[in-house]
Design a protein around this ligand. Structure first.
Ligand code: MLT
Length: 394
């Protein structure tokens, strides 16, 4: 018996697990602390009334013989897929229902999609970025190369024709930097993928935060993208589903490699390894797209945007450089006084009892940077901003 030794190449724990442990240790040693968490991007506002109503109604249906549901379609109920297709149609993107796969979240799908690809593929990952991309490919023993994102390129690396990548990750709005690709930039990536016969894995989990209407919120807004890209999205940040769990993945039928449609492979994978998202949760997710649901979730997103502004204004006053916070719930700031990311993490925790995420946890280029989230409530965000200002304004 041999274990998968690629797991031993990973950092000992997942970034947010490591942060959780450090904070728990601090709290144990300082029982009277008032730690404010601006670390993991977890929402704090409750589910909106339209969603709660749909969840309750669906729960009641499950208790009645005539409306009870057992196994559902692995790829999601049509009522939810129709609502998702309607949402894309507003962006000018036509999707067939069998191109939409409902899942328990973008994180799972981003990892699971790798079942479709040979271990020999070369994977291009922006640095810094959401650590799941690198970790899941490392687990599979795939070669990972990096596209440098830095202040010089506005944290938006562009294709390098001399690099031959097979699988390309793009996260836009980017986690952690908040940078968003425009149409022309995404088109360059689509063209590169076509020329190199590569597949783009496009993570649009934060698309609902884009306020600038000139920026794309789906890669399929770019001509030809259906032939090269799979898109992942989630209700987590859009509608507060981090604990409820629901997301979706788009695998266009036009995406064909080696004469095989990836849509069929993903369907085969999902029907074999996944039994679908609970009916109740899918009803809740569909309510996000109702008129009331849209208004209520937008109000919540606006609430988080105000938090981002509170943090951004504080950094402006302190003269600290940052990106994000406008079309994204994340603020990506330079650590003050040349501190390293984890050094600043400890400094902020010990002196202001504020938790953020060390930029180095997102890749080598994240060293010297730090991420704050806008997902806490107003009161805590204001208090955290005041503590940061007091500490760093000294
Ligand atoms: C983050 O903080 O980067 C995200 O919440 C992690 C996730 O969505 O899994």
């Amino acid at each position: 018996m041999k274990i998968n030794r690629h797991y031993l190449e990973l950092q000992q724990s997942y970034l947010f697990t490591m942060i959780g442990r450090k904070v728990a240790e601090y709290q144990k040693a300082h029982p009277d602390n008032r730690v404010i968490r601006l670390g993991i991007g977890d929402v704090t506002l409750p589910l909106c009334p339209a969603v709660v109503e749909a969840l309750e109604k669906a729960s009641a249906e499950m208790g009645v013989k005539e409306t009870f549901r057992g196994y559902g379609p692995e790829q999601g109920y049509d009522f939810l897929k129709e609502a998702i297709a309607g949402y894309y149609a507003e962006k000018g993107v036509e999707l067939a229902l069998d191109e939409i796969f409902v899942s328990d979240g973008a994180k799972s799908d981003v990892g699971n999609i790798l079942d479709l690809f040979d271990a020999d593929n070369t994977v291009l990952v922006p640095d810094p970025v959401y650590p799941v991309y690198v970790d899941t490919n490392t687990m599979a023993g795939r070669k990972v190369i990096f596209a440098d994102a830095n202040a010089e390129n506005g944290f938006l690396p562009m294709p390098d024709e001399s690099v031959d990548a097979d699988i390309i990750y793009i996260c836009s709005p980017n986690n952690p930097t908040g940078a968003v690709y425009n149409h022309a930039q995404l088109k360059a990536w689509v063209d590169y993928a076509k020329a190199h016969d590569a597949v783009i894995l496009f993570d649009s989990a934060y698309e609902c935060f884009v306020v600038d209407e000139t920026l794309p919120r789906s890669i399929y807004e770019i001509e030809g993208a259906k032939e090269v890209a799979i898109e992942f999205c989630s209700f987590s940040k859009t509608a507060g589903f981090t604990g409820t769990r629901c997301g979706y993945t788009i695998v266009p039928k036009a995406l064909v490699r080696e004469g095989v449609a990836l849509n069929g492979l993903w369907l085969r994978r999902q029907t074999t390894k996944f039994n679908g998202v609970p009916y109740i949760v899918q009803r809740g997710a569909a309510a996000v797209f109702s008129k009331e649901g849209r208004q209520q979730t937008m109000a919540n997103i606006d609430y988080y945007r105000e938090n981002a502004k509170i943090l951004a204004d504080t950094l402006d006053r302190l003269g600290i450089r940052y990106t994000g916070g406008k079309n994204s719930p994340y603020i990506w700031m330079e650590c003050p006084s040349g501190m390293k990311s984890w050094e600043f993490f400890d400094y902020l925790l010990e002196n202001a009892e504020v938790v953020g995420t060390p930029g180095a946890g997102f890749g080598e280029n994240g060293e010297g940077y730090f991420r704050l989230t806008a997902f806490n409530d107003h009161e805590n965000t204001r208090e955290a901003a005041a503590r940061i200002e007091k500490l760093l304004g000294k």
